[in-house]
Design a protein around this ligand. Structure first.
Ligand code: FDA
Length: 394
């Protein structure tokens, strides 16, 4: 039997990075908050993030490192809660951290420290955490949101959707955020797996034999390019450069990979002048991992000493190496996607406090919203910043 509903100022659905941050800050402002999650512990994605060390922010955070139907949307929240603000919090708890590359900040120790810190930030007298309970129903009447969970129910004038996106369902990720949003008339931008390995099929399956080989490349899709490592897998392409570009990739589009990002288009012709007796195979093999160079040379179908090959042919070979066009036939899907792009439409929520325009008291934060960061700590920074923005007006 369901007990009498308990009253709170705000109910937050989802105890991930965004929900925890929002609950902590709203609690610190003296709001009575109920934080509900169906998982048996909070911040599960934080715990597995960054290989267990949580890449908790990026010191180069700028709004242009986020994808959204409205590219201006994230500006307001990101400017009011910055990477420096989160670093100050981490420092307050004496959590040791280091910068890896490209502004990516990781814990020296464990991601558990971040979850423990966020839980510690939630004042006991104001924040009630309910874990391991399914949410059974949500309704709204007379300006109050009522939520049934387990065999209990609660009501509040504010309801925050912080249940993330469907990436990594085996960890309890769901599309629940979109269902609630639709229930209250908010639009959802078609969600899709992002920061995800790409798969190769057809005649490109031969690249699968390179599984385990990695190389520094520039991966380009449309006007977007990332210079980082690419990794061949038994299903296709992965590695940071590919994960980054996957967020911009759409079915039917090619991904161009520059295997020689530091070489000019005429490097082979110049080399021919200097070393005409050097074999093309050797010239390329000196620059790339051997299995990769063998496969690429085989596909280029050009052989012989440089001096015996026409400039035009060498220019064409160099062009192919710097613009290898892969036609991915898909992605590895939500099972392997680090995040979900798309989500609750930013057109329906305020960029200032994340509140629904047509549904007072309803908020959406974190990955549930159509804001997706690059790889490298940007997604947590969005979780913290959007959680902060909502907490200011709860
Ligand atoms: P998040 O998904 O964290 O939390 C949602 C919560 O809602 C979960 O606790 C879930 O259990 C709960 N929930 C879902 N459905 C529910 C339902 N129906 N009922 C009740 N509760 C429900 N980002 C980054 O910046 N740096 C990094 O190092 C990494 N590393 C990383 C590694 C891996 C393997 C993954 C999968 C992802 C990352 N990310 C990352 C991305 C990052 O984890 C992600 O963007 C944030 O966790 C999003 O935070 P949210 O709070 O919005 O959702």
């Amino acid at each position: 039997m369901t007990s009498t509903p308990t009253h709170y100022d705000a109910i937050i659905l989802g105890a991930g990075g965004a929900g925890l941050m929002c609950a902590a800050l709203a609690g610190q402002r003296g709001r009575k908050v109920l934080l509900i999650d169906h998982a048996d512990e909070p911040g599960k994605k934080i715990l597995i993030s960054g290989g267990g060390r949580c890449n908790f922010t990026n010191s180069n955070t700028t709004p242009d490192r986020y994808l959204s139907a409205n590219r201006h949307f994230a500006k307001s929240a990101l400017s009011r809660y910055t990477a420096q603000d989160f670093i100050a919090l981490v420092n307050k708890y004496d959590i040791a951290w280091h910068e890896k590359t490209l502004g990516q900040l990781f814990c020296d120790g464990s991601a558990r420290q971040i979850v423990a810190m966020l839980m510690e930030e939630c004042p006991d007298e104001y924040v009630t955490v309910s874990l391991g309970q399914s949410i059974t129903d949500i309704s709204h009447s007379d300006g109050q949101y009522q939520v049934g969970y387990g065999n209990k129910s609660a009501f509040a004038s504010s309801l925050v959707i912080a249940t993330g996106g469907p990436s990594i369902p085996k960890m309890g990720a769901t599309s629940f955020a979109y269902d609630i949003a639709r229930q209250f008339g908010l639009k959802v931008v078609e969600p899709r797996p992002a920061l995800v390995p790409l798969t190769l099929g057809g005649e490109e399956t031969l690249f699968r034999s390179l599984s385990g080989v990695s190389a520094p490349v520039i991966a380009t899709c449309g006007k977007t390019a990332f210079r980082e490592a690419a990794l061949f897998t038994h299903r296709g392409l992965s590695g940071p450069a590919i994960l980054q570009i996957s967020s911009y990739w759409k079915h039917g589009e090619p991904v161009s990979v520059n295997f020689l990002p530091d070489h000019s288009p005429d490097w082979l012709v110049e080399l021919k002048r200097q070393q005409p007796r050097l074999h093309l195979k050797k010239a390329i093999a000196e620059l790339l991992p051997s299995r990769l160079s063998e496969t690429l040379i085989e596909r280029i179908a050009l052989a012989g000493d440089l001096g015996n090959l026409a400039d035009r042919k060498l220019e064409e070979a160099a062009r192919r190496l710097s613009n290898w066009r892969f036609m991915p036939n898909g992605t590895e899907g939500y099972a392997k996607a680090e995040v979900t792009a798309g989500g609750i439409s930013t057109a329906d929520i305020s960029s200032k406090n994340m509140e629904a325009r047509q549904m007072p008291g309803l908020y959406a934060i974190g990955e549930a919203v159509d804001v997706t960061g690059w790889l490298g700590g940007y997604n947590f920074q969005w979780a913290w910043a959007s959680g902060y923005a909502a907490a200011q007006t709860l």
